[in-house]
Design a protein around this ligand. Structure first.
Ligand code: OOG
Ligand code: NI
Length: 317
């Protein structure tokens, strides 16, 4: 007994921080995302500083090219290794996309932890169905995926350090992809970087408690919200409410020397309402498991537009 005690004392890090390596990776990913997206950082700062609201993440999302080993799997492996469970698949035939989401392992909540140190977020990973694209688009995607070598085996590292695994494309290659799929063009210049973090809106308090007031508040502070199909996206059951900011657009230097702004990442808000079977629970008894789970294809379809040209160039009314 005394032997195991002394062994424990010499352990570093201490056993209680079982997920600290995992969380430190999330932290690096968050940092890479914030460094590249000043608007996202400002929006999160704004929410945090309003009525002292700790921000908890509902989910974190990534985009990939669905091409042997470079798609969803390249990112999901890491999360599965750290106890995540694969959940439902979502299909977006018009956008030629497929997505999977993953639920986090049960883990004792770190007291007082928020952001990546709060309750572990769900993970949402999508991929472009590359074989459904035109031969020209496929050629461009295959060229860069090929140039990345074994990069896809280190997708997590790429997301954490914010560096593409392939060389930067030419402006015309970017344009060619954008004319066919804005998702494809986005992925070519952003790679595995976090596409968005989602604030758990039902956990906010005071003035931001209601997601509609939150949206209004963010707009009044001068940030554009994705207006596709209306700012608030509501699932058919009325229990999953989502909204998002318009993505940042940042200067990018293409391989042919052209400098132009490209769409980057955004912030999402999601409110999961209490399921009908728990509607009589008193408010302080309600936990995440009593709320609407999962994602919704029609909401997601519109959230994808947060980085679209339409939204980025929309005149703010
Ligand atoms: C993902 C859009 C969908 C959600 O929560 O339904 C989404 C993306 O833009 O890559 O985030
Ligand atoms: Ni999302």
């Amino acid at each position: 007994i005394s032997k195991s005690k002394s062994t424990n004392e010499s352990l570093f890090p201490p056993p209680s921080s079982g997920y600290s390596f995992f969380r430190s990776v999330l932290l690096s990913m968050e940092q890479a995302y914030l460094n590249r997206n000043p608007t996202a950082e400002s929006v999160l700062d704004l929410v945090r500083s309003t009525d002292d609201n700790p921000v908890y993440y509902d989910h974190i999302a990534y985009r990939t090219f669905g091409l042997d080993g470079h798609g969803i799997d390249s990112m999901s492996k890491f999360f599965l290794d750290f106890g995540y469970t694969q959940r439902e698949e979502l299909r977006f035939p018009k956008k030629k996309l497929k997505a999977l989401w993953f639920s986090p392992p049960d883990e004792p909540v770190v007291k007082g932890g928020f952001g990546v140190f709060g309750p572990l977020p769900r993970i949402f990973i999508s991929e472009l169905l590359v074989d459904q694209m035109s031969p020209q688009a496929q050629e461009i995607i295959k060229k860069y995926v090929g140039l990345s070598g074994q990069g896809h085996k280190h997708a997590i590292l790429s997301s954490a350090n914010g560096h593409l695994t392939w060389p930067r494309p030419s402006h015309s290659e970017f344009q060619q992809l954008a004319s066919e799929s804005e998702y494809a063009a986005w992925t070519l210049v952003n790679g595995y970087i976090v596409n968005h973090v989602t604030v758990s809106a039902h956990k906010l308090k005071c003035r931001l408690e209601n997601i509609q007031s939150l949206n209004k508040f963010v707009e009044i502070q001068g940030f554009s919200m994705n207006s596709k199909g209306g700012v608030l996206k509501v699932s058919p059951d009325g229990l999953l409410l989502q909204s998002s900011t318009v993505a940042d657009s940042m200067p990018f230097e293409f391989s042919d020397g052209v400098k132009a702004k490209v769409p980057c990442s955004y912030v999402e808000f999601a409110a999961r309402l209490v399921l009908p079977e728990y509607k009589n629970l008193s408010e302080h008894m309600v936990e995440e498991i009593h709320r609407r789970e999962g994602f919704e294809v029609d909401n997601a379809d519109k959230i994808f537009e947060s980085s679209s040209k339409d939204q980025l160039t929309r005149r703010v009314a």
